[in-house]
Design a protein around this ligand. Structure first.
Ligand code: C2E
Ligand code: MG
Ligand code: MG
Length: 572
């Protein structure tokens, strides 16, 4: 203690010693100051708290004594690196005719650090340090309740092909790109604007105030240009772009949810058209979005109701007309009972994450129909099943799918058809997923070859069992020297790599004649032989399209032209 009080002599010595001991042992820091702020008492905890500090928390002792009230407040000691937070109670007291300020503090630095961390986590995105969704929602809410309503804009930004970038360069580069985007965006905004990362590769910008749609459009275009400049990450130049949809208050909505949703709708329009551009919301977009929503709903419903079936198209040996295999092509019976070809719903099913379920439904139907397949096409016919590139790179799905294929008891009859993209994307399809299929005897086919991202030279790195040349090369092949050249090159390369070549989409005798006379291609698929057919139809009618000659290894096909088969399916 720094000073004995005047009354100390009146207190019994033992009690005084006891009180002093207690005061010293108190975990809270206790100080007493006189009117001039001079410290006249400090216990051990206070001495420890202020040791080595020149920055004691400031408080105006005289003012507090004049106020006469007990005051509780948080105070900080900023002492170089280690700032500390104190919770202090100041109580003015009168003692022996003197006005004194009795103060007691607890160090709450740890609790404060936890609180600050929780605050940061609740309101800020850990990766980019930007405010999160709830901050921009509150801020927009505050503007909407402003007594002086004015124009502001919400801009919804989504990075184009971010998934590809992530797959290609890896997640660390993907993360660095997000941070780079966040920095560039923040750099161009005014103090009254706000940018937040609302999820994965999505950002939301609050532009406030704005004058007109034209002014916002101009600024957004400027922003898009800025974002197109390369990012230097890990020694690589990474190019990226974004699509932005904008809604204005009050023109396009008077609530956060409506404005956000309309900006989203406008962004979707950009994505499905050009990408790397912006669109400002308008009413026609809303109508389109509603229609899309209706299709989505009916697709979800169709999956729930299992309103899917398969049509099968044979793969034919063009020399012997023998059916080597069949391809299962999914069909959807829509709300009105009309059969739809996959062109209308497969991409949407991929986007909505419904494709995995759909693929399992296809496999289920194949398994249910296996006896009929054997009777119709022969027990040795291979069975091809299409898998979207996105699924092919998904370990979890492919593991479950391989298991389901193994459970069919005839996995070696199956061929999985994937497009070139599956091999090109950095998803370890070739190194990890493909071996899983091979291990159970399932073969791999490259579908629609020639129209994807890969090049002929990339083919050399792909290990597949079969390659299907896209219909666009086969149509009128006898009249197109350029396609003939390409076909020759694919043919020799595939032969060298030991892959079976299949020509897709043969429709005419002339195309077939060209393949038979001018190439060594053995197998083909196409309307010339057979359109995709429903097995149920075959059961109920005479399967006249199947030639009478049946061999042990399979069935022989006569051209569909000469058959009575009429497919009822709608074409792509
Ligand atoms: P794909 O796997 O390349 O299948 C060949 C497509 O070409 C089929 O269209 C078939 O009906 C059509 N086709 C066959 N021969 C001819 C012909 O001579 N001329 C013409 N113009 N077209 C012919 P479909 O059934 O509409 O299927 C379109 C695409 O949908 C398929 O292309 C495949 O990529 C996808 N698909 C079909 N079923 C499934 C499935 O179960 N899962 C997934 N993920 N995709 C599927
Ligand atoms: Mg296919
Ligand atoms: Mg194809």
């Amino acid at each position: 203690m720094t000073e004995q009080t005047a009354d100390a002599g009146a207190v019994r010595p033992a009690a005084a010693a006891f009180a002093e001991r207690i005061l010293q042992e108190l975990p809270a820091a206790v100080t007493v100051q006189d009117e001039s702020g001079r410290l006249i008492l400090a216990n051990d905890a206070a001495a420890r708290q202020f040791r080595g500090t020149t920055n004691r928390p400031d408080h105006d002792v005289a003012a507090m004594l004049d106020g006469g009230r007990t005051v509780t407040r948080e105070e900080r000691i900023d002492d170089g690196a280690a700032a500390r937070a104190l919770l202090t109670v100041h109580k003015p007291v009168e003692f022996g005719g003197r006005k004194l300020l009795l103060s007691s503090s607890l160090d709450i630095s740890e609790q404060k650090a936890i609180e600050d961390d929780l605050f940061r986590r609740a309101y800020f995105d850990e990766l980019t340090g930007l405010p999160n969704r709830s901050v921009i929602e509150r801020q927009t809410g505050a503007l909407l309740h402003d007594t002086m309503p004015h124009r502001f804009a919400l801009a919804f930004l989504d990075i184009d092909n971010f998934k590809h970038i992530n797959d290609y360069y890896g997640h660390a580069v993907g993360d660095a790109l997000l941070v780079g985007f966040a920095k560039r965006l923040a750099l161009e905004l005014r103090a009254t604007d706000l940018v937040s990362r609302i999820s994965g590769d999505e950002f939301l910008l609050l532009l406030n105030p704005v004058q007109s749609a034209a002014e916002v459009g101009e600024f957004i275009e400027f922003l898009l240009e800025r974002l197109k400049a390369p990012f230097y990450i890990d020694g690589s130049e990474v190019f990226a772009s974004a699509s932005i949809g904008v809604s204005l208050h009050p023109d396009h909505g008077r609530s956060y949810d409506t404005l956000r949703q309309n900006a989203d709708i406008a962004m979707y329009r950009v994505k499905s058209a050009t990408k790397g551009a912006h669109a400002i919301f308008d009413a026609t977009m809303e109508r389109e979005a509603n229609e899309r929503m209706a299709i989505e709903q009916s697709l979800r419903q169709a999956i729930l109701d299992k309103r899917f079936c398969c049509a099968f198209q044979p793969k034919v040996d063009i020399r012997t007309r023998e059916v080597k295999g069949i391809e299962a092509l999914v069909r959807l019976r829509d709300d009105n009972g009309v059969i739809q070809a996959p062109g209308t719903f497969v991409d949407l099913a991929v986007q909505l994450g419904l494709i995995d379920e759909l693929t399992h439904l296809v496999l289920d139907e194949i398994v249910r129909s296996i006896d009929l397949i054997d009777v119709t096409f022969g027990a040795h016919a291979s069975i091809s099943i299409n898998v979207a590139a996105k699924q092919a790179g998904n370990h979890e799905f492919m593991r479950a799918f391989s298991k389901a294929l193994a459970a069919t008891e005839c996995p070696t009859r199956f061929i999985v058809e994937v497009t070139e993209d599956a091999f090109v994307a950095k998803t370890h399809f070739q190194t990890e997923i493909l071996p899983m299929l091979r291990a159970i005897g399932v073969r791999i086919s490259i579908d629609d070859f020639g129209i994807g991202y890969s090049s002929l030279s990339a083919l050399a790195d792909i290990t597949a069992d079969e390659i299907k040349i896209d219909r666009s090369f086969i149509t009128d092949i006898h009249k197109r020297p350029r396609s003939q050249g390409i076909l020759k090159a694919i043919e020799s390369l595939s032969e060298a790599l030991g892959m079976t070549v299949i020509a897709e989409g043969i429709e005419t005798f002339e195309e077939l004649a060209y393949l038979q006379t001018m190439t060594r291609i053995r197998y083909a698929q196409g309307y010339y032989f057979s359109k995709p057919i429903f097995l149920e139809e075959l059961k109920s009618s005479t399967p006249a399209f199947i030639g009478g000659r049946s061999t042990e290894s399979g069935r022989h096909l006569e051209p569909a032209r000469t058959s009575s088969m009429r497919s009822t399916i709608s074409r792509r």
